[in-house]
Ligand binder design. Structure first.
Ligand code: NDP
Length: 290
């Protein structure tokens, strides 16, 4: 089973859904989880220096027996130590991952690179990582419009992607950053997309998700989960979804989202208008377990 892709502005393709090794796997041994995700059909792994588990992410790839060419690997630059650059930090990551090259390298958070001109400088170092072949694509995470503006002013290329907290309870507040993505061809990527289901149980979205899930089940003639409703909402918008699970059944279910019937425009609107009734971010501090 191949996972459909989204096109980056640099010509590369990225599988629309990624298995994350932060949150539940933060600072944990990711070997088994990564192996299970790959064996069950995931082809995109989302790691980060900050997760402190790149070595076991790499071990999971080896344990799965999957060829490197079939896997898309993302990692993210954390706060730089003195004397380090984005390039030396990526070289360190590659050693840990046991890889020659990653597919995507992101600046994890603008809050890690503060001071006048600092973000622009780091972006130029990211561009060097790409031109030297250490990564195929480069992008950012947790960037607001002012951060994007700062790097677009000094950079030679636009980021391929901006990975941000995205779910219906923050959707309305994201409009300015989404407009900037559209203007510069930046792919929007979501983390924490399923938060309404388990980080805010009993919220206004619950009955809406249930109603849509039930309609989709009838149309499809087979089970549809709540998670698939929210993942479908994002997939239809060409959002790159970053999720995770400890359960093989749920992993297969995430991938099966592609086979779920489309939401109608009215159903998507209902998710968005209901989400706007409760503005809630779950990843307030970008330095939490992300
Ligand atoms: P999601 O919001 O998709 O949540 C995934 C979690 O949801 C899993 O742990 C799963 O648990 C649980 N889950 C799924 N469906 C249900 C349900 N119906 N009821 C209860 N629980 C459910 O993603 P995360 O917030 O976990 O983030 C995913 C990845 O995104 C991270 O691992 C990381 O790679 C990346 N990330 C990046 C950040 C950044 O700053 N760039 C910040 C945060 C995350 P179960 O194991 O039970 O299936």
């Amino acid at each position: 089973m191949s996972v459909p892709g989204i096109s980056f502005n640099d010509g590369h393709q990225v599988p629309w859904i990624a298995f994350g090794t932060g949150t539940a796997l933060y600072q944990q041994d990711a070997t088994e989880a990564v192996k299970i995700a790959l064996e069950n059909g995931f082809t995109h792994l989302d790691g980060a220096q900050m997760y402190n588990n790149e070595t076991t992410l790499g071990a999971g790839i080896v344990a799965s027996g999957k060829p490197r060419s079939e896997i898309f690997v993302t990692t993210k630059l954390t706060k730089l130590q003195s004397g380090q650059t984005a390039k030396t930090a990526l070289e360190d990551s590659l050693k840990k991952l046991g890889l020659q090259q990653v597919d995507l390298y992101l600046i994890h958070s603008p809050s890690h690179h503060q001071g006048p001109g600092r973000l622009g400088q780091v972006w130029k170092e990211m561009e060097e990582c790409q031109s030297e072949g250490l990564t195929k694509s480069i992008g950012v995470s947790n960037f607001q419009p002012q951060h994007l503006k700062e790097i677009l002013e000094v950079g030679s290329i636009s980021p391929a992607v901006n990975q941000i907290e995205l779910h219906p309870y923050v959707w309305k507040s994201l409009q300015s950053v989404l407009d900037m993505h559209a203007k510069h061809g930046i792919v929007t990527s979501s983390y924490g997309g399923l938060s309404p289901l388990f980080r805010e149980k009993g919220g206004p979205l619950d009955p809406v998700v249930e109603k849509i899930r039930s309609r989709l089940e009838t149309t499809r003639g087979s089970p549809v989960s709540d998670g698939q409703v929210l993942n479908k909402w994002m997939q239809q918008k060409k959002i790159l979804v970053v999720t995770t699970s400890s359960k093989p059944k749920r992993i297969r279910e995430y991938l099966d989202t592609i086979n779920v019937p489309d939401l109608t425009p009215e159903e998507s609107d209902l998710i968005e208008t209901t989400g706007s009734k409760l503005h809630k971010k779950f990843f307030v501090s970008q330095l939490r377990t992300i």
